[in-house]
Ligand binder design. Structure first.
Ligand code: NAP
Length: 247
């Protein structure tokens, strides 16, 4: 067993998750990340090798408890240990005005973003409780605070995440485990690449810094919350949004 802490990042194959993996690797963690397909797992593997990161890429579908259990067992087999830090990063959008939204769009986002939060956190929490230490960091969104037309499903999931973290933070505070959120504004990734140029320009105009953020901006906040320096912070949300929303 290594004395390095193990961090698990869901959805680390690209975007914010990949930036978190790269940033945390600079702070002496074993970095474990996931993708949903052979292709994305291989792409993450290549990133780990290219950046000389001590870690491993795994396949995971957060919608499926069996897949989460398999991941837990694979990590235990590979490292004879369990993650000290869990970053619940994987998430999706499936936008539509509510009046036009169908059940599958609603359920897709709720199941991927919020039911999975329950499943993944519960699975990895048990071993943190046994160790009496751990960090759970969840990637919410600025729209959890502001609302966003066309995203009732996504906003429900991301604001639910903040309430979930506050409640779990209270449940495990005496066990040496902290639970926090990082709430990104509009960040340049595949997720926001779906927006057309006019939409991006309109969004940027409303941001006091008049620009979208980079995935690294989120990774720095996650890195802080994972560090020993954040040991007295729990149930909190750090907003990283260029001034778009201020608490
Ligand atoms: P992204 O570029 O679309 O990447 C999404 C990641 O999640 C990928 O690694 C993807 O894996 C994984 N994923 C998707 N469905 C999954 C599933 N069912 N099981 C496991 N993993 C799954 O997204 P991003 O922009 O980096 O966003 C990361 C997080 O930040 C999300 O929770 C998002 O809601 C949040 N966020 C993003 C922004 C933004 O502006 N980008 C703003 C606020 C919040 P594959 O590569 O295999 O598909």
């Amino acid at each position: 067993m290594s004395d390095k802490k193990i961090v698990l990042i869901t959805g680390a194959s690209r975007g914010i998750g990949l930036a978190i993996a790269k940033e945390l690797s600079k702070h002496n963690y074993i970095v474990l990340g996931t993708g949903t397909s052979e292709k994305s797992v291989n792409s993450l593997k290549n990133e780990l090798v290219a950046n000389k990161i001590d870690g491993k890429a795994y396949k995971l579908d957060i919608r499926n408890q069996e897949s989460i259990d398999n991941l837990f067992n694979e990590i235990n087999d590979d490292y004879s240990d369990t993650p000290d830090i869990l970053v619940n990063n994987a998430g999706i959008t499936n936008d539509s005005l509510l009046i036009r939204m169908d059940d599958s769009q609603w359920l897709d986002v709720i199941n991927t973003n919020i039911n999975s939060l329950y499943r993944v956190s519960k699975t990895f929490l048990k071993s943190m409780i046994k160790k009496r230490k751990g960090r759970i960091i969840c990637i919410s969104s600025v729209v959890a605070s502001t609302g966003n037309a066309g995203q009732t499903n996504y906003v429900t999931s991301k604001s639910g995440m903040i309430g979930f973290c506050k409640s779990l933070a209270k449940e495990v505070a005496t066990r040496g485990i902290t639970v926090n959120c990082v709430s990104p504004g509009f960040i340049e990734t595949d997720m926001t690449d779906k927006l057309n140029d006019a939409q991006k320009e309109q969004i940027s105009k409303n941001i006091p810094m008049i620009k979208m953020g980079h995935a690294e901006d989120i990774a720095y906040a996650v890195s802080f919350l994972a560090s020993d320096r954040a040991s007295y912070i729990t149930g909190e949300t750090i907003n990283v949004n260029g001034g778009l929303f201020m608490q």
